[in-house]
Ligand binder design. Sequence first.
Ligand code: ADP
Ligand code: MG
Length: 719
Amino acid sequence: MQASSPGKANTSTPSTKHTAPSVQEKALEKLDLKRDIDLALHLPLRYEDETHITRLCDAHEGETIQIEALVVLCEPVFRPRRQLVVHVDDGSDTCILRFFNFYPSLQKALAAGNRIRARGELKGGKNGKGEFGGWTMLHPHIRSTTESLPTALTPIYPSVAGLSQAYLRHAVLAGLARADLSDTFAPGDLSPLDNSIGPHPLWTLRDALYFLHHPTPDVPLETLQNHSHPAWQRLKAEELLAQQLSQLMARRARASLRAPTLKPLTIADSLYTRLLATLPFQLTRAQSRVCAEIMHDMQRTVPMHRLLQGDVGSGKTVVAALVACVCMDAGWQCALMAPTEILAEQHFRKLLDWLEPLGVTTAWLTGNQKTKERRDALALVASGEAKLVVGTHAVIQEKVHFHNLALAVIDEQHRFGVAQRLALRGKLRHEGMEPHLLMMTATPIPRTLAMSYYADLDLSTLDELPPGRTPIVTRLVNATRRDELVERIRQQIAQGRQAYWVCPLIEESEALDLRNATQTYADLRAALDGVQTSRGNQCISARVGLLHSRLAAQDKKTIMADFAQGHIAVLVSTTVIEVGVDVANASLMVIEHAERFGLSQLHQLRGRVGRGTAASACVLLYSIGEGLSKTARDRLKAMVETNDGFEIARRDLEIRGPGEFLGARQSGEAMLRFADLGTDNALLEWARREAPMLLHQHPTLAARHVMRWLGGKSEFLKA
Ligand code: ADP
Ligand code: MG
């Protein structure tokens, strides 16, 4: 097994495509290594230095070294467990090599009297008295001494099960040799990049790739590992440029599409004017501004592609309602989609409250509707009688045919996958047009990410909360002081207030989650049921309610409605209420095991209170059972220190890093493999300047560049 030489161990290369694919070819496919260039761009994770031999007398404990030695003794041992024990001597000292898995071939290669090379981590063995008992290596890599020492570092590639490094290395080198590596950067226009990365002259792609696949041993390994080497700079620049180009191209492609022109009707009997007049509040300046931005887009013949970001409670729903009115006034249908049933239901109710009195027919679409109810809704949508369609993912299912959809609003866009967003946009295709698309999010995107990932998206920002809100006070409370907290809730209830009590999501076990929430529910009922509270002029007995994802949709609805109307004073819940729920009288949010939640999730939850005029509080209950991790402490600290969603997003990015930050919100979208937005800002800025220039002046180079890096995947970036 280990006594293999990479040259001989390989069978065919992956280019022989005519016979049925081998296990290894399938594995390559799984890694998305289909084209020669994909193989060439499959870069090592790390390197091993097999270029020289270390003498045992010069080595230290814990070092990974390669020795050349004579086998003195080679014997299988069966106690305490089956193993092959090999004594070797390199002339300066001795060492014992141990193998727990071995084949006869290895035993043969390690026969006494053979000279071998062994590479592995050196451990200082202990004898019975705990003293140094000589060197050992566990499962070292064995090579024969007849091979000459390699002159380059040995690359170790990211791989999958069933694909050996030797095969992969061979395939990558073959791909590298065959691939077209000609330059796609604009000729003679590389100086801006040089300036942004320092004094090194820019490497060509060919040089950079050849180098990274076989670096010479004299380069500091660190510059390869942390991607600061000029060869890495070139690759990161290439990757970022491809990302920027593909987004520019998507924007261009969209510019050639048509969308219905939706002009606002400001006449007295338009829905838009009437809704504005009936709202119980004045729009904030920020709301008026973003409405104008959105309506400007909707009047164009190019489909809108805009993200509205605004902190929790900043009033995005009313903006959506107003622009929906503009769409309906123009005689077109509008769809509003939310990620969860509860949230969609909330929107539905709110829009119904606002729009039904104005004579708008609204259809409601969700996954678990009764057949008849659903059929009726579908008919309303298809005939165009329903001008407004609200629902969950059910809105984009194939069976849903719109009469004339012109505007789609997606709330909490990061909860929807790319494919779903594309499906929504396809809903008007049959008329040769696309609907306008407005996405909304309460998790603002930090600037570097916005520049990199959302270059094809126009941004509107609600940077102001409606007036009269008292800021939410956030407190950390040790779970041991739970009783005091319950007592405080009792006092609040007596004053007519309502509270949320959120129990954590324990990912491994939904059942455990439920038990947790159910237990809390029982405890709180024992303590609080029957406390007298006021509702309007009435005095009623407080009730505790329980909401979790396993409940039937109808029960969830009833419980939410009871809470909204004040019949339930304390709502115990798993995280189903995470986004968008709006009950103004609720002024206390308790989050149990707050240390287990992500930062943006905590912020979203906190945003459920502080929606009315009463002073609101958020209590983060934490347990220090196994001690809090540093990141958990950082998250809780951030929560106490700031209420500002943008600041929270910035800290979240800092704590988690961009990969994970984005990973949570855009499933499936092409990620950066090499560049790191935390450190490669200068390169990103360069790519942003370079991309439009290249696209404009050298469109063929630009097209080749995107093809090389993204192949067929760039379609996804359009969503
Ligand atoms: P979010 O941006 O989190 O979706 P919502 O749209 O749910 O926020 O709005 C939060 C609350 O603020 C709602 O009760 C809404 O009716 C209210 N609201 C929205 N705009 C204003 C405003 N300009 N003045 C007062 N209250 C407002
Ligand atoms: Mg909302």
